[in-house]
Design a protein around this ligand. Structure first.
Ligand SMILES: C[S@@+](CC[C@H](N)C(=O)[O-])C[C@H]1O[C@@H](n2cnc3c(N)ncnc32)[C@H](O)[C@@H]1O
Length: 198
């Protein structure tokens, strides 16, 4: 991914862009060295969110900005709720991480976001709900292929026998069909757009 990003930046003439793989919880950044910190659906996976947000805040200049997207609760996100409801009739679902544990929905609670950011020394915290269609793939089979590649699917299907797996996939197909349109298969999603300032 870093190599692709590098190539694309080169193609677009962005000579001042640098790409690096690092853990934002522990990477030492130049103090007050940045104007903006952005993340698209990444910050929910921190094992230690207080350390991560404190590190990010320390890297921003006074007045520097933070903006990120994270998911609202799973039940409000059809792209997860629809397939889980379909397969639940045929296979046991794994235990979902409890609120606050690292995972896609760990920042679903706006109160938690607010307290983490405030404790990191960030101010002017604003949390806006965004809802929109998410294109999951070209057709039902394409989307099933995508779901089958996710770790949660391996967990679910690992414990299910051959018959239950076939029935779960059939149920998934049936559940996805009504969401097929001219543009592909689209399911609803709900995210928070969070902004704050140093
Ligand atoms: C679901 S992906 C989102 C990818 C991309 N931003 C997008 O919107 O499609 C989550 C990203 O968060 C990054 N991430 C999770 N924890 C991180 C950490 N502690 N430090 C840096 N990046 C982290 C992962 O490496 C991964 O790229």
């Amino acid at each position: 991914m870093l190599a692709v990003a590098h190539q694309r930046a080169g193609r677009n003439g962005a000579r001042n862009a640098r790409f690096e793989q690092a853990d934002v919880q522990t990477r030492t950044f130049p103090a007050a060295g940045f104007d903006v910190a952005l993340s698209s659906f990444g910050v929910m996976f921190f094992d230690d969110p207080p350390a991560a947000f404190a590190n990010i805040a320390a890297a921003l200049r006074p007045g520097g900005r933070v903006a990120f997207l994270c998911w609202q609760e799973a039940a409000r996100n059809e792209f997860l709720a629809v397939p889980l409801a379909a397969v639940a009739e045929h296979a046991a679902l794994p235990e979902m991480p409890s609120t606050g544990e690292p995972g896609p929905f760990s920042l679903a609670d706006p109160q938690r976001i607010r307290s983490l950011l405030a404790n990191a020394g960030l101010a002017d915290i604003s949390i806006n709900g965004l809802q929109g269609p998410m294109r999951m793939g070209a057709d039902v089979q394409d989307v099933i292929g995508y779901y089958q590649g996710l770790p949660i699917a391996w967990q679910i299907l690992a414990g299910a026998g051959e018959q239950a797996t076939a029935a779960a996939l059939e149920a998934l197909r049936d559940a996805l069909r009504p969401h097929q349109g001219d543009e592909g298969v689209t399911l609803g999603s709900a995210a928070w757009l969070v902004t704050a300032q140093c």
